[in-house]
Design a protein around this ligand. Sequence first.
Ligand SMILES: Cc1ncc(COP(=O)(O)O)c(C=O)c1O
Length: 370
Amino acid sequence: MRNISQFISDRANLVDASGIRKVFDLAATMKDPINLSIGQPDFDVPDSCKEAAIEAIRKGFNRYTQTQGINQLISRVHADLTKELGRDPGEVFVTSGVSGGLMLAVLALINPGDEAVCLDPYFVMYKHLMTMAGGKLTAVDSYPDFRFYPERVEKAITPRTKLLILNSPGNPSGYVMTREDVQAAVDLARKHDLIILSDEIYKEFTYCEGADSPAKFYDRTLVLRGYSKSHAMTGWRLGYAAGPGEIIQQMLKLQQYTFVCAPSPLQLAAVTAEDVSMAEQVAAYRRKRDLVYNKLSSKFQIVKPEGAFYMFPKAPDGITATDFVTRAIENNVLIIPGNVFSSQDTHFRISYATTDEKLEKGCDILNSLV
Ligand SMILES: Cc1ncc(COP(=O)(O)O)c(C=O)c1O
């Protein structure tokens, strides 16, 4: 008889457990930690969206929707994107979170041996999805300031490269691509005939001007956005993809045999979400960004982030990020070592999506460890 482990696919074995999960497991053993590791907002879903979801469920809007999503949401997103980009964004498709969109996009575009390029540090899912599809992700060093350095990225492009994955505002750096960065990325994609996969899940949390989506300038862009972060709907699994119809149609075909559709009552609630202003929450996070930056910047080297709710400071000289994070955890502060997101173990990620009190305390402890 074979051991159960012999039944496990090579594909599954190639994927290692997310480093963030390991930190969460460690957190479970801590008593009331100051948790600065959480990748989701600390506010709740707006009441009007909750009501819309409850009403939809009560009214019996609980069955499968069409694969592409409900027309109200698709047409709303299409109209808003058309206005924002100044052009037709292509087809829109409601996905099960940005994660669902990423998975279908990679499955629709990547053959075994194909390559994608992104910046290092990067959101870990990119690497594992590429691995699952038999492809390869090349992550290009963007330290020390996390900018898009076109000459570095160009060196990573090979004849097998199909995708340029962009993520602005970025996880874990909080970096927001400037106009010049976006233009350089678009120029490179055009020159090397690449599709841009633009993960814009943190778009709502942008604290500076001038960060347009590459989709404004390049119609071979697949935009992925979602409601997880902007409206604190991480558990609702809702997002959307917009881009060239030929790609969306292939993603739809795969959706039929995987996710089937995004959760129906919650799609209706997302239409309501489109009319809810999150300006207050965004302003609060901008203030928290300033609070943490002001408290830590005299002791740590930090690129002030212009988006998302993360900061990515450098660990003190002479110590790896993993060792520094271990020390922080021993002192009851939970943060994430940079090597979870990077080939470098030099930085650590702080999420400031928590109370001011925890941020103050957490920063004091981190400062005391230097
Ligand atoms: C950069 C990035 N993309 C995508 C996701 C996945 O988001 P969703 O909840 O929409 O699947 C996350 C979640 O942390 C993220 O940080």
